[in-house]
Design a protein around this ligand. Structure first.
Ligand code: NAG
Ligand code: NAG
Ligand code: NAG
Ligand code: NAG
Ligand code: NAG
Ligand code: NAG
Ligand code: NAG
Ligand code: NAG
Length: 552
């Protein structure tokens, strides 16, 4: 009786779409990235669950149609963390596993057995959070020993929304210290490795989330992005990640870096899952006044993902603007050549599908130039972090950036981060410095400049490789060649999707992932998701890493 009702509710809630959309969900999206896993599909009579490459749909199919318990599902992901994070390939991506994860799973199993219960969009979906998202049930360190043991009393509002949708927060992931750089080294945990090539970084700063989602430690996860930090691990781990338009998702309860440039968003293995998580996270909260800009803009992104996946004719006449300056021409460097080869192949695919490839030939969009002239992180970091620490509800071991810098607990093997933090304490670097105002008004100009570039050629999207070289090896001083700053400064939305892989090598048995990025006009996430889902369907470029492929 209860089971019948559950199935009924599931159809009402989750499949309240046209029947053809439902077919796509079951026949196609469920299978995206899971073609290998399928041969090991869970045997319903034994009610086990294979978490590898699992999606929201496959988790919920197991729960609602195969009688697998949420406890079994959550345990299967915990087992993978246990098997691969601090032994074997030793990805070193997880700072804290949630001691309550199985208790939450049991609660969800219980609720599902109650008649009349309507499961949320993320019911029992194991989710990992970057460890700069406040959580009431786990510490939030920002990756820094200076915040070790910091325990917020309340969740960030995005985390509240994720839990309310039924997700199980399974763990907190490593990040580059305070999200300042792109290598994913922190004083709390050290270096996270890339599961596709254990000698390379996973990108960053949300690299712990990226490696974890790639390795199926969770179905999906969250990141923060001040310059590149969602899209860089997205690119380096064959994932989908969304940097939303400034204001779409409230940043309250997130360890801050920059008032102007910070954004938060999802990472997942499929466009549908990333879109679903974005829809859950989007929302206003007065704790972040910028989030007022998003009111009235929210859409059902998941339904646009379905629509895109079933409509490859959307490429007919789609106007795609390649941003030329974001492609490195020095192809004598093999790290560049490999990226260009993949990027060119995606252009050929788009072209074949009917897209019109145009070129944005604006040399001022050069990243080195934009960074030197417009980036405002150094002026905002101290004010923002001090606000966060001084309005803390809970227990936090430091009250200001000055205190953190004087304690000197923050720096491990990464000269850039320490220099940035010390620089941010220099009194001149503050929000009343005239240079800060010059940069803020420069950013306004840049936003108009981008709008013009879209308008001049009537572009639907701009397109470029996220990183113009392969993600850097462990030990490199910085994560060079990334193109995320254009969207980060202007607040435009961008979605990263798998483009392909470099040639295999001894350390990268299936090659290193290469990600491509679509950028749109403000608040066009629905359109971006639709295009990305069609692109995903067309290219099917996502592959799981071999280093964590064995069943545990
Ligand atoms: C599923 O498990 C049952 C019981 O262990 C077994 O009899 C059956 O052959 C299995 N089916 C498949 C497809 O493996
Ligand atoms: C801190 O959080 C607790 C737990 O949610 C809440 O009861 C309390 O009102 C909050 N305190 C402040 C000062 O916001
Ligand atoms: C928004 O909040 C910031 C602090 O985070 C503050 O500096 C700014 O004045 C606020 N703006 C408005 C319009 O309230
Ligand atoms: C597919 O996309 C094209 C172009 O965006 C649109 O004109 C058409 O209506 C779409 N078809 C369906 C079935 O949604
Ligand atoms: C990619 O295409 C561009 C433009 O056609 C060409 O100049 C470049 O050499 C190509 N690179 C690779 C690696 O195929
Ligand atoms: C720190 O400031 C010095 C002096 O202005 C500058 O040369 C250096 O590039 C800055 N480094 C960082 C990471 O901000
Ligand atoms: C902020 O920087 C300006 C220089 O631009 C300086 O005059 C002022 O004293 C600084 N304010 C603080 C609080 O350090
Ligand atoms: C392009 O690649 C070359 C060779 O690796 C490198 O020296 C150069 O800095 C790169 N340019 C950009 C803008 O990243």
């Amino acid at each position: 009786m209860a089971r019948a009702c559950i199935l009924y509710c599931w159809f009402i809630v989750c499949f309240a779409l046209s029947s053809s959309a439902r077919d796509v969900l079951e026949d196609d999206l469920y299978l995206v990235g899971t073609s290998i896993a399928l041969s090991n599909a869970p045997n319903s009579t034994t009610a086990s669950f294979d978490p590898r490459e699992a999606t929201i749909a496959s988790v919920q199919h197991a729960l609602f149609h195969q009688g697998v318990s949420c406890r079994t599902i959550v345990q299967s992901f915990l087992d993978r963390i246990e098997a691969y994070d601090k032994q074997g390939p030793y990805l070193n991506a997880v700072i804290t596993t949630n001691p309550n994860a199985l208790t939450y799973a049991d609660e969800l199993d219980q609720k599902l057995a109650e008649s009349g219960f309507v499961p949320g969009a993320l019911h029992c979906v194991p989710t990992i959070l970057k460890d700069n998202y406040d959580t009431f049930d786990m510490p939030t360190t920002g990756g820094s020993l200076s915040l070790k043991g910091a325990q917020p009393a309340v969740d960030a509002s995005a985390v509240q929304r994720i839990r309310a949708a039924g997700a199980v927060i399974i763990a907190k992931a490593n990040l580059h210290e305070f999200a300042i750089s792109g290598l994913t080294i922190s004083s709390v945990l050290g270096q996270t490795k890339n599961p596709y090539d254990l000698t390379r970084t996973p990108g960053g700063s949300s690299g712990g989330t990226g490696a974890s989602v790639a390795a199926s430690f969770a179905v999906m996860g969250t990141g923060t992005d001040t310059v590149n930090s969602i899209r860089s691990p997205t690119s380096a781990n064959s994932l989908v990640g969304i940097r939303p338009t400034r204001g779409l998702v409230s940043r309250d309860g997130i360890v801050p870096l920059s008032y102007t440039q910070d954004a938060i968003g999802p990472l997942a293995r499929t466009v549908f899952d990333a879109a679903t998580l974005l829809g859950v996270m989007a929302g206003y909260n007065p704790g972040d006044n910028v989030s007022a800009l998003g009111v009235g803009q929210y859409q059902d992104y998941a339904s646009y993902a379905l629509q895109g996946a079933r409509n490859l004719s959307l490429f007919q006449g789609l106007r795609v603007g390649v941003v030329d300056i974001l492609v490195n021409q020095t192809e004598s460097d093999p790290e560049v050549y490999q990226v260009n080869k993949v990027f060119n192949a995606t252009l050929a695919t788009l072209n074949q599908a009917g897209a019109t490839i145009l070129h944005v030939t604006d040399p001022t969009l050069d990243i080195t130039h934009l960074s030197a002239v417009f980036d405002v992180q150094i002026y905002e970091f101290r004010t923002e972090l001090d606000n966060y620490l001084q309005n803390y509800n809970g227990t936090v071991p430091a009250n200001s950036l000055d205190e953190i810098v004087s304690q000197n607990l923050y720096e491990k093997g990464d000269a850039y981060t320490g220099a940035f933090m010390r620089n941010a304490t220099v009194p001149l670097n503050n929000e009343t410095n005239p240079e800060y105002f010059t940069r803020r008004s420069g950013i306004d100009g840049l936003r108009t400049q981008l709008a013009l570039r879209f308008a001049e050629q009537n572009l639907d999207v701009m397109f470029y490789p996220h990183q113009s070289r392969l993600v850097v090896p462990i030990g490199s001083p910085t994560q060079s060649g990334r193109n995320g700053l254009v969207a980060a400064l202007t607040g435009l939305p961008a979605i990263g999707v798998p483009g392909g892989f470099s040639e295999p090598t001894d350390t990268a048995p299936i090659g290193v992932p290469v990600g491509v990025e679509f950028m749109g006009r403000p608040f066009t996430e629905a359109r971006l998701v639709e295009i990305a889902a069609a692109f995903e369907r067309l290219t099917r470029a996502r592959r799981a890493p071999l280093s964590t492929w064995e069943i545990v």
